[in-house]
Design a protein around this ligand. Structure first.
Ligand code: AGP
Length: 613
């Protein structure tokens, strides 16, 4: 998704802009640009380039800007309207060249706006919807930059997160938000804005997140937030900016993804810390703000999410039903928001999102609220839109997840949903002893992950054997079925090797026609319910000459008769067995992608947070 960064202070602004843009590179983009406003006035100096931020830095070195300029805005663009190109890159300038603007989001009525502006003599230089905003601010020019922007936005329908600066408003940046995140911070004579708090790491101790309908004026050392409708002042609480600058570096690993796979034991420990109550065999999740009577009144749980979060959510529905006995289902967020779902005040709608900004999941939250459901969020990014609009929920505390392929967030989502299911269960039918068993199993998760990480050498050997494959299947049953879906997604999204996750019993209903000696099958077959059936499925695959990679329990030799490619995971209860299995899948996908020479952290066509439909 697009990234926004801005700085006003004593300067120079340029280094702050470039480091902020670098810190947002992981989000995925195809062009970048900056606009600098010199201290002595004069038009914004714009430099833009297709490709990475490094290309922008080259463009700046070849055509220098005022390096002492104390104010600037910057942008990384993920194309929505208009192909990746220099002229479609942001910042965009108004017709008179005095106003520079960067924009995240989609202007739904941009064609009508463009026609109207063209009829007024405005000339468009790009194919983008965002350029219309820059011209509109000029067309709506008032006494102040804030009022000019406010008037311009009154004509706009769609989503935006914007930062605007003008030669005639020295020291000022105006920002506004509707549907695309904006974080602002001020300290020691400077003020900053970013669409991702990670870009502000080290610039301030805390950030404030705008809500939809907010507009704010940033000046050196401070900011003021107002409602865009009434212009009345609003207060947005400060959230700790707990990204240590080095936390978003790679920590000696080749890729963020490999670093984040390694961080998983610690991430789980942080996620579980203070939330499991041994004595009572339950979980303490105060952020849900639910009394026992609220939980007892629940008639159903609906989990909604996208991608990897959807697969964690599917695992969660198994936990809700097994631990609490509450009917539970998973819904693709994009389906939920449009199919007029049946929810009621007795429904807990659990929205699962690492970024807390996924457009479809956010829309599902809004739809569920319209229907009166009890909306809960499970997010990783503190203060993210979904977390704030749900108003209650549980944070993952997984730390910043930079790699586009989600890893530690997935495991922490499984852990949080398991704790929620435990809490719901102990409020209903689960006995204290049963609860203590679950508490013990959840506390063991970090060590299960460490055991899986210790299998890396064996996983590399298998990855070397199959890195050249064109197709693969991941199959599992029960708790291993969501894990099969997740393993397939990991492999395809970073190695570009086509992979499908399937319920093992479903193979014979069609997909088995695809099996031959060139199509490896990853069979998730730890000991537990369905293990014997899995052996049968493995034999079905072998009968078609398909190579089988088995993920099996330490000491279980039952799979050895069918394959030599076996990765061992520790024995554990079935409701946690997916965790070490998924870690093995993560490492398998990572090493296949590495062997295939793919970029891994920023896979082609993908973004870390999909904030558009
Ligand atoms: C997973 O590896 C992908 N990056 C993607 O499927 C992701 O899980 C999905 O876009 C949902 O993102 P969210 O958790 O931030 O809502």
């Amino acid at each position: 998704m697009c990234g926004i960064v801005g700085y006003t202070g004593r300067g120079p602004a340029l280094p702050v802009l470039l480091s902020g843009l670098h810190r947002m590179e992981y989000r995925g983009y195809d062009s970048a640009g900056v606009a600098l406003l010199p201290a002595g006035g004069g038009a914004p100096q714009v430099r833009r380039a297709v490709g990475k931020v490094a290309a922008l830095e080259t463009a700046i070195s070849e055509s220098p800007v005022d390096a002492s300029a104390p104010l600037g805005i910057g942008h990384t663009r993920w194309a929505t309207h208009g192909a990746p190109s220099e002229r479609n890159a942001h910042p965009h300038l108004s017709r008179d060249g005095s106003i520079a603007l960067v924009h995240n989001g989609i202007i739904d009525n941009f064609l009508a706006l463009r026609e109207r502006l063209v009829s007024q003599g405005f000339v468009f230089r790009s194919e983008t919807d965002s350029e219309a905003l820059a011209h509109l601010v000029e067309a709506c020019r008032a006494d102040t930059l804030l009022e000019s922007v406010r008037r311009a936005l009154s004509f706009v329908s769609g989503t935006y997160g914007i930062a605007v600066a003008a030669s005639w408003a020295p020291g000022q940046i105006v920002v506004a938000r509707k549907g695309s995140p904006i974080a602002i911070a001020a300290a020691d004579g400077v003020a900053c804005v970013a669409s991702d708090a990670a870009a502000l790491a080290g610039r301030a101790d805390s950030v404030a997140y705008l809500d939809d309908g907010d507009i704010a004026l940033l000046v050196p050392g401070g900011f003021e937030v107002r409602s865009i409708e009434a212009l009345s002042p609003v207060v947005r609480p400060a959230a700790p900016l707990d990204f240590a600058p080095d936390a978003i570096e790679k920590g000696g690993y080749e890729h963020f993804m490999r670093k984040e796979i390694a961080e998983q034991p610690e991430a789980l420990e942080n996620c579980l810390r203070g939330r499991l109550v041994d004595e009572d065999g339950t979980a303490k999740l105060s952020g849900l703000r639910m009394e026992p009577r609220d939980i007892a009144a629940l008639q159903s749980v609906v989990v909604t999410a996208c991608g990897t979060s959807y697969y964690a959510g599917l695992h969660g529905t198994y936990a809700f039903e097994q631990f609490s006995g509450i009917p539970s289902r998973i819904e693709q967020a994009a389906e939920f928001r449009y199919r007029n779902p049946i929810v009621a005040p007795e429904t807990a709608l659990v929205s699962l999102s690492q970024s807390g900004e996924t457009a479809d999941t956010l829309a599902a939250v809004r739809e569920a609220k319209r229907k009166g459901a009890l909306v809960l969020s499970v997010c990783n990014v503190v203060g993210s839109t979904i977390a704030r609009e749900a108003g209650r929920g549980v944070y993952l505390h997984a730390g910043p997840e930079i790699g586009v392929a989600s890893t530690k967030a997935f495991l922490c989502q499984v852990a949080v949903l398991s704790m929620m299911a435990l809490l719901f269960g102990r409020t209903r039918r689960l006995s204290c002893q049963e609860g203590r068993t679950i508490v013990g199993a959840l506390k063991a998760l970090p060590d299960l992950v460490r055991a899986a990480l210790a299998q890396e050498d064996a996983i590399v050997r298998i990855a070397e054997k199959f890195a050249g494959a064109r197709d693969a299947f991941f199959i599992g049953r029960g708790w291993q079925y969501p894990a099969a879906l997740e393993g397939a997604l990991k492999l395809k999204e970073i190695s570009y090797l086509h992979a499908e996750g399937y319920h093992a019993a479903e193979l014979k209903h069609g997909p088995i026609a695809l099996l031959d000696e060139h199509v490896p099958v990853v069979a998730l077959s730890p000991l537990g319910p369905g293990h014997d059936k899995m052996l049968g499925n493995i034999q079905e695959c072998r009968a078609r000459k398909a190579p089988v990679i088995a993920i099996a329990t330490e000491g279980d030799s039952s799979v050895d008769a069918f394959t030599e490619d076996v990765i061992r995971v520790p024995q554990c209860p079935d409701f946690t067995a997916a965790v070490p299995v998924v870690v093995v899948e993560q490492l398998f996908a990572y090493h296949v992608a590495r062997l295939r020479g793919e970029p891994i952290d920023q896979p082609r066509n993908l973004a870390k947070s999909v904030t558009v439909e």
